[in-house]
Design a binder for this molecule. Structure first.
Ligand code: NAG
Ligand code: NAG
Ligand code: NAG
Ligand code: NAG
Ligand code: NAG
Ligand code: NAG
Length: 430
């Protein structure tokens, strides 16, 4: 027979492991995100990828990561690729129990839209819809991206209508299936010549069925300790965001051209100058890879210096997460003080209309106005076949801008330009 004290103790113990309550869903209203209880939602996110695997399959690993991620007060992860046939229930509930939401790229490992020979076809559509099917049931799914940095160079803007066509078809699919209206958006490389034309184009037009529900910018502009709101260029980004009619946020940030990282941009993004226009930021990234952007590493297998075996995929992608010092605690210190409240949904009456569709300009944005979107199955030569290895514009610091271009769409997410050079050096040396 159990004593009262024992029963009480076991109740306390079990409540610690039981989800306290269902996580409120988040939706896009006007230019903001709101939780279903009416509180505005600001992203404090971490990019979570296990190149090249699905990071949401291994429940035990997710639980280990969640426990540490909670100490950062993160409320969102961003995942680049999943295998829709896998079982994600364990990981998704581990994140839900911690109040952590998911932003997910719908393209699978081999279905990204190619910026050189752009296509939006049945193979891609069915791969994207399978991913959507696999994740709509989770209340902590926050949003879907139809692409990440599809346009990686300043001369690839002709691929933009294909991105918009993908958003159109995924939104139509979502609505036809009667799914929750989970926002469908795009995550863009930050390319100076295409600012703000790309973000405006994707949201423009009077037919909201054909435009994105949210826009993410991968920006690596605030790189030095001496940077501030003006010198980083964030004041310019902020001016473009003021007219934006759907939520806009940093879908990657965390420049590390001069480590350690201080994450000072977080106080701007989540502070009063920007939080009236922006919905937060995602830090690139959780797991340490050869590019050095990790906030944690798994045990002793990852050495501080890049080795040949690291480069060939030998770095550890599972284990007990250990904070990378001092970046982890630097981010923790930033986020601790930043808790914007925004407005209550009951006090928010969105009035903004979509931005005008930009006209083409010589040597810049190449799509002229609100062109008819491609239909499913359409393909177009949108660039020359010279595969570019990295953007020469925007920021050289961007670690996820490296694409294999026309060579089959294989994406080397999260590998810096410098590292590719190191890798080539190693290959030569091997
Ligand atoms: C998701 O939210 C709905 C509506 O609030 C609720 O009925 C359901 O139980 C929730 N699901 C989970 C797994 O918590
Ligand atoms: C809504 O839920 C969030 C997360 O649980 C909580 O922080 C917030 O205070 C809630 N808002 C209201 C109005 O209850
Ligand atoms: C669809 O597009 C993808 C990505 O560009 C391409 O690899 C694939 O061959 C295309 N499939 C068809 C059937 O055209
Ligand atoms: C809006 O776009 C959708 C998707 O392309 C289309 O089915 C619908 O007819 C359009 N509505 C109007 C009023 O043009
Ligand atoms: C570290 O490497 C050893 C030897 O290759 C391996 O047995 C072990 O599982 C690795 N540990 C982790 C956490 O991956
Ligand atoms: C785009 O720029 C790259 C690098 O400058 C170049 O190799 C490529 O040919 C250009 N493509 C077009 C369509 O001009």
């Amino acid at each position: 027979m159990l004593s009262k004290a024992l029963v009480a103790a076991s109740l306390i113990a079990s409540s610690a492991f039981r989800p306290i309550e269902a996580v409120p869903t988040v939706s896009a209203v006007g230019s903001k995100f709101f939780m279903s209880n009416g509180t505005q939602f600001f992203i404090k996110g971490i990019a979570y990828q296990k190149t090249p695997d699905d990071p949401l399959i291994d429940t035990k690993q997710c639980q280990r990561d969640v426990a540490l991620m909670k100490t950062l007060a993160a409320n969102t992860i961003r995942v680049y690729h999943v295998d829709p046939s896998g079982d994600h229930t364990g990981c998704m509930s581990a994140f839900a129990d911690a109040g952590i939401y998911l932003l997910l790229d719908l393209d699978t490992f081999n279905t990204v839209i190619d910026p050189i020979v752009a296509s939006w076809n049945q193979t891609q559509y069915s791969a994207y819809t399978k991913v959507m099917d696999a994740f709509v049931t989770f209340n902590n799914t926050l949003g879907f991206f139809v692409g990440n940095e599809v346009i990686a160079m300043n001369n690839q803007s002709l691929a933009a209508p294909y991105i918009k066509a993908a958003a159109r078809d995924l939104k139509a699919y979502r609505d036809a299936k009667g799914y929750r209206k989970i926002p469908v958006g795009y995550s863009a490389a930050d390319i100076a010549e295409l600012r703000p034309a790309l973000q405006n184009y994707l949201a423009c037009g009077t037919n909201s069925s054909e435009s994105i529900d949210m826009f993410g910018l991968n920006a690596y502009e605030w790189c030095e300790a001496s940077n501030n709101f003006q010198t980083s260029g964030y004041s310019t980004l902020n001016s473009y965001a003021q007219i934006y009619n759907v939520p806009i946020f940093f879908s990657e940030t965390g420049c590390r051209t001069s480590p350690p990282r201080l994450f000072q941009d977080q106080s701007a993004i989540l502070g009063p100058q920007m939080n009236q226009y922006w919905s937060g930021a995602i830090i690139y990234e959780w797991i340490e890879e050869a590019n050095g952007y990790g906030l944690i590493s798994y045990g002793p297998n990852k050495s501080a210096t890049v080795t040949a075996s690291d480069i060939l995929g030998g770095y550890s992608v599972a284990g007990t997460p250990t904070p990378m010092s001092p970046d982890f605690s630097n981010l923790q210190a930033q986020w601790k003080t930043l808790n914007p409240t925004g407005v209550a949904s009951s006090d928010y009456k969105p009035t903004m209309t979509p931005p005008p569709c930009p006209a083409s300009t010589a040597g810049g944005w190449l799509v002229d106005g609100n062109v008819a979107l491609p239909s499913l199955g359409q393909t177009q030569q949108t660039g020359t076949a010279t595969a570019a290895t990295a953007t020469s514009t925007g920021t050289a610091a961007n670690p996820s801008s490296t694409k294999a271009g026309a060579s089959g769409g294989k994406e080397i997410t999260g590998m810096s330009v410098g590292l590719v050079a190191v890798m080539l050096g190693f290959m030569y040396w091997l």
